[in-house]
Design a protein. Structure first.
Length: 169
């Protein structure tokens, strides 16, 4: 009797494990996604549906070391007093930007050690930028990112024009 009960439980667990993957949402294609890592930062991009018929591209910049900040998208092209590189997110191929990127975190000012200059950066850790886009074709898109990361004591080598490929099929 105990063995039968155990079998029942095991079979029930196996049946549940088989049914869960084929439940709601199964067969639905995953959202197009890509990533790249360069100079101490991993960038993950995901193309999401949006309610207005357009789509949203989310680009999450994750410094690999604690205490590092991603520069603001509002940083001037030449930086502040020559320091820093603005974060940029652009698309090509079968995606077209229909707005400007926005960040999920409030920008703060960072004063690197020994300098009087304050640089606009995101808080420590990952920051996600959302870019409204329109899909213009069914196949491929390129997400082009530029960014830099710094801490109070050092800056990482900036990355410009890094291409992340998205398969839209």
């Amino acid at each position: 009797m105990i063995v039968r009960g155990s079998r029942s439980v095991v079979l029930g667990s196996v049946a549940a494990a088989v049914l869960i993957p084929s439940g709601c949402g199964a067969g639905r294609p995953s959202e197009p996604m890509g990533h790249a890592t360069a100079d101490g930062v991993t960038v993950t991009v995901t193309l999401l549906p949006a309610s207005n018929g357009h789509r949203e591209l989310q680009a999450t910049f994750s410094p690999q070391q604690p205490g590092f900040h991603i520069y603001s998208i509002d940083l001037p092209a030449q930086g502040v007093d020559g320091l820093g590189i603005p974060t940029r997110v652009a698309v090509e191929g079968d995606l077209t930007a229909v707005g400007k990127p926005t960040a999920n975190l409030t920008i703060r000012l960072l004063r690197p050690a020994g300098l009087q200059t304050e640089i606009p950066v995101s808080p420590d850790g990952p920051v996600t930028f959302t870019l409204p886009v329109r899909q213009t074709g069914p196949h491929q898109a390129e997400v082009i990112v530029s960014y830099g990361a710094c801490s109070e004591n050092r800056c990482l080598v900036p990355v410009t024009g890094k291409v992340i490929h998205l398969n839209l099929d």
